[in-house]
Write a protein that binds this ligand. Structure first.
Ligand SMILES: [Zn+2]
Length: 722
C-alpha cells in the first residue's frame, strides 16, 4: 500500500487560463455600472452594455454579435482597472474587506463578457472570432499584468497578509488572503523593474502563442478528409457507421459518398471496424501528425517557443523549471513527486500493454488480409475489437442502441436526483448560442433554483475537439444573496443519422458522466467569494467520481433502454460489460501516462528552445519504452491541454485525482451507491466548498482519512511489484 499524500498542500491553477480554474464570471447590470455616457451611447445596441433582461439573467445569445465583443472587452478592462484604482486610492488603512474582498469583487463585467467570448472560441469559432482572440489575448494578458504588477495594490495586500495571524479571519477568508498574496508573488510582484518588464513581454508572447497553437490544431483537424466513393472500401463497417459517414458527407455538401474525418467520433469507429488497413493508416496518420506537417499550421516552432518562454518566466521568478513553478501549488508539490508517481504506475502499465499487444499481434498474424507485419497504432482498435468480441462476445455496435443520447442524459439527471434530490426542467425558451444547444434549469428537491446548465453535444467545424465543462457564471454572494451559476457542457458526441438518433459509445457515455461531475461542482458551489483556487490535481475528483456510476447495473436499469423497443439492457449484456471492464486497460493507461510523461519532460527540460521536437519526443518515448503499437494520447504538436489549455505540467492530474475518486467511491460502495447521507456529506464537505480551502482537509472531512492508492490499482487492474 502506498500513501500518496504525506505533507500535502493547498491550491492552485496554472497562470494560463483554464476551464475549471479561477476564471470567475458574473453579470453586473449596466444600471449600476460606471460606464461614461458617451461609451453607453456608442454602444446602445451592444447587449453587454445593458441589463440582459433574460430569465435567470443568462447571456442574451440571440442578440450577441461578433462585433459586440471588442468594445465590451475594452470596457471590461477599463472598469476593472477603475475598480482596482479605487482600492489603491482608498485612504483608509488596508483591511481584509477594503482590499482583499474588494479585489475579489472587481472585474465582474469583464468576466461575464470573457466567459461568453471564451465559449465562442471553443464551440462556435470562425475566422473573425479567431482574429479577435489574437487581438484580445495580448490586451487581456497586459491587463492581468497591470493588476498583478501594481505595486501599490500589492503593498496593500501584503500589509493585510503580514497581519493575518492576528486578524481573526475565518477559514474561507484566510484561504482567499493566502492565495491572493501568493498569486501576486507568482505574478511577479517581487521582481525589480527590469524583470517586471521582461515578465510582461513573456506573458504577452505566451498568450499569443497559445492562441496560435489552438488555431493550428483546429485548422489541421478540419483540413483532413477521408472521402470514400467506392463501396468496397467500406468493408467491415457496421451499417450505423456507414450511415454516419454518409450523413457527414451530406453535411459537407457531398451526396452519395462517405466521409470520415479525424474528429474522434468519426475516426474511432473507422479504426475499430475497417478491414482496409491502408485506409486505417491514412486516417490515423492524419490524426497523429496534426501540427507536424511542415505547412503553415505546423506547431513545432510554437511548442519549442512556448516551452522555452515558460522556462524563462519560471527562472525569472526563482524556480528551476516551469513544472516546479506550477506544481508548487498542487497537491503533488514537486516535479520529482509527480515523476516518481508516474514511474511507479508506468512499470505495471507497460507490462500489461505488452501482454495486450502480443495477443493482438497473434490475431493479426492469423488474419489473411493483414499481410505480414508488426502491429501498428492504426491496427490497435481493429484487433482489440476482434478480441473483445472473441473474449466477451461484446461489440460496441450491440451496446450503442441502449445508449441513446437522450436516455443517457436522463440517466445522469436521474442519478443527480437519487443522490442529491435535483430536478431538471428543460427551458427551450432561453437564448442559446447555437440551435443544437439544450438548456435546463436545475432545482433542489424543494423547488429552489440551483442554476442553469447548457448542453452542447455534437461536433461542428467551429468546435474544438474533446469535451469540457465550462460556463457563463460562477456562483458567488452579492450583498449576502447568492448569485446562481450557469454551467455548460460541450462535447463532440456521435451525431444522429437519417435513421437513428444519436447512439453513444461507452466512452462517450462515460465522458458525459465525467463532465457532469464538473458541472455539479459548479452548481453546488457555496462560498462567499468569486475567487476559487482549485489544485489542478484535485480538480478531477468531482468529475471522475461520476464515471463510477455510469455502468452500475442499478443505474443502467434506470436509463439504458433500447432506442427502438424501449427494452431495458439485458442482464447478459450488463454482465459482459462488467466482465470486460479491465479489457484494454493497459493500452488506455499507457497512452495516457505516455502523454503525461511527455508533458513533464517538456516542462522540466533544461533547454527546450533548442531541441528538435520530433527527436525530443522520440527520446522521451524511447526512454520509457513505449511500444510501437501505441501512440501517446497526444503528441506534442496537438497537445492542446498543455500548450493552449491550463494543464501544463498538469496532465498527470487526471490519474492523481483518480486516487481520490476511487477511494471516495468506495465510501459509496460501503453504504450503497445511492446512499443519500454519503452523498450529502460529499456535497457538503467536497463539492460545495470546492476551491475555497486545502483540498485534502476537505477530503478527510468527508472520508475520515487520507486516500489510499489501492482503489486506483484495483480500478485499472494494475499490480505493483514490491
Ligand atoms: Zn475533467
Amino acid at each position: 500500500m502506498i500513501i500518496l499524500f504525506v505533507g500535502l498542500i493547498v491550491i492552485a491553477v496554472a497562470a494560463t487560463g483554464c476551464k475549471s480554474g479561477k476564471t470567475v464570471t458574473g453579470q453586473e447590470p449596466a444600471a449600476e455600472a460606471v460606464a461614461t455616457d458617451t461609451t453607453l451611447a456608442a454602444n446602445a445596441d451592444n447587449p453587454f452594455f445593458k441589463p440582459y433582461g433574460t430569465a435567470f439573467n443568462v447571456p442574451p445569445f440571440d442578440r450577441i454579435k461578433t462585433e459586440h465583443f471588442l468594445p465590451a472587452i475594452e470596457e471590461g478592462i477599463r472598469r476593472e482597472q477603475a475598480e482596482v484604482d479605487a482600492i489603491v486610492a482608498d485612504r483608509k488603512k488596508p483591511t481584509f474587506e477594503n482590499t482583499v474582498a474588494a479585489l475579489d469583487h472587481a472585474g465582474i463585467f469583464l468576466s461575464e463578457v470573457n466567459s461568453v467570448f471564451g465559449s465562442y472560441q471553443g464551440a462556435l469559432t470562425n475566422k473573425d472570432i479567431q482574429a479577435l482572440a489574437s487581438q484580445t489575448a495580448p490586451m487581456l494578458a497586459a491587463h492581468r499584468d497591470n493588476i498583478a504588477l501594481n505595486e501599490k495594490l500589492f503593498a496593500r495586500v501584503k500589509a493585510v497578509y503580514d497581519q493575518r495571524a492576528t486578524l481573526g479571519l475565518g477559514r474561507e477568508e484566510l484561504f482567499l488572503l493566502e492565495t491572493t498574496y501568493k498569486d501576486f508573488v507568482r505574478g511577479g510582484a517581487l521582481l525589480d523593474a527590469a524583470q517586471k518588464a521582461r515578465f510582461r513581454e513573456l506573458n504577452q508572447e505566451l498568450a499569443l502563442l497559445s492562441v496560435k497553437f489552438g488555431n493550428n490544431v483546429l485548422a489541421e483537424t478540419n483540413a483532413f478528409q477521408l472521402l470514400i466513393d467506392n463501396k468496397a472500401d467500406l468493408a467491415g463497417l457496421p451499417p450505423s457507421v456507414v450511415d454516419m459517414a454518409a450523413a457527414t458527407a451530406k453535411q459537407a455538401g457531398i451526396e452519395g459518398k462517405w466521409l470520415f474525418t479525424i474528429q474522434v467520433p468519426s475516426m474511432t469507429p473507422f479504426l475499430t471496424y475497417s478491414e482496409r488497413r491502408p485506409l486505417r493508416e491514412r486516417l490515423h496518420r492524419a490524426y497523429f501528425m496534426k501540427g507536424d506537417n511542415g505547412n503553415e499550421a505546423d506547431n513545432k516552432e510554437n511548442v519549442r517557443k512556448i516551452a522555452a518562454l515558460r522556462l524563462e518566466r519560471a527562472k525569472l521568478l526563482g524556480y528551476p523549471s516551469h513544472a516546479a513553478y506550477v506544481l508548487e501549488l498542487n497537491m503533488a508539490k514537486t516535479p520529482e513527486k509527480v515523476t516518481s508517481f508516474l514511474a511507479e504506475l508506468w512499470q505495471p502499465t507497460l507490462a500489461k500493454s505488452k501482454e495486450e499487444a502480443a495477443a493482438l499481434q497473434a490475431l493479426m498474424d492469423r488474419d489473411p488480409r493483414a499481410g505480414k507485419g508488426q502491429l501498428a497504432s492504426w491496427d490497435w482498435w481493429y484487433y482489440t475489437e476482434k478480441l473483445r468480441q472473441q473474449k466477451y462476445a461484446l461489440d460496441d455496435a450491440a451496446l450503442r442502441p441502449y445508449f441513446k443520447l437522450d436516455n443517457v442524459r436522463d440517466g445522469v439527471f436521474a442519478l443527480c436526483g437519487k443522490l442529491y434530490g435535483l430536478k431538471f426542467i428543460e427551458r427551450p425558451d432561453l437564448p442559446r448560442y447555437h440551435p443544437e444547444v439544450q438548456v435546463f434549469e436545475v432545482q433542489e428537491a424543494d423547488g429552489r433554483h440551483t442554476g442553469v446548465v447548457y448542453l452542447d453535444f455534437h461536433p461542428r467545424p467551429g468546435k474544438r475537439s474533446g469535451a469540457w465543462s465550462g460556463g457563463f457564471r460562477r456562483a458567488y454572494y452579492e450583498k449576502g444573496v447568492r448569485v446562481p451559476p450557469i454551467s455548460s457542457i460541450v462535447c463532440n458526441f456521435t451525431r444522429p443519422t437519417a435513421d437513428a438518433p444519436a447512439l453513444l459509445s461507452t466512452d462517450e457515455v462515460e465522458t458525459f458522466f465525467h463532465e457532469f461531475g464538473h458541472t455539479l461542482a459548479t452548481l453546488f458551489s457555496q462560498g462567499r467569494f468569486r475567487g476559487r483556487t482549485v489544485a489542478r490535481d484535485s480538480v478531477e475528483l468531482p468529475s471522475q467520481i461520476m464515471e463510477h456510476w455510469a455502468f452500475e447495473p442499478e443505474l443502467l436499469a434506470v436509463y439504458a433502454k433500447h432506442y427502438r423497443t424501449g427494452e431495458t439492457i439485458p442482464k447478459a449484456l450488463v454482465d459482459k460489460l462488467e466482465a470486460s471492464r479491465l479489457f484494454n486497460q493497459g493500452f488506455i493507461t499507457a497512452e495516457y501516462l505516455a502523454a503525461s510523461i511527455l508533458d513533464m519532460d517538456w516542462h522540466t527540460a533544461p533547454d527546450p528552445g533548442s531541441v528538435d521536437v520530433r527527436t525530443f519526443e522520440k527520446d522521451a518515448l524511447d526512454t520509457i519504452g513505449l511500444i510501437p503499437g501505441i501512440q501517446p494520447r497526444y503528441r506534442s504538436t496537438y497537445f492542446s491541454h498543455i500548450f493552449s489549455g491550463g494543464y501544463s505540467a498538469g496532465y498527470y492530474a487526471y490519474i492523481w485525482s483518480e486516487v481520490l475518486d476511487c477511494d471516495a467511491y468506495e465510501a459509496f460502495q460501503e453504504k450503497g451507491i445511492f446512499d443519500r447521507a454519503t452523498a450529502e456529506s460529499f456535497r457538503k464537505n467536497v463539492l460545495e466548498p470546492f476551491g475555497t480551502e486545502d483540498p485534502m482537509a476537505q477530503y478527510v472531512r468527508f472520508r475520515g482519512a487520507q486516500p489510499k492508492i489501492d482503489g486506483l490499482l484495483r480500478n485499472r487492474g494494475l499490480v505493483i511489484k514490491k
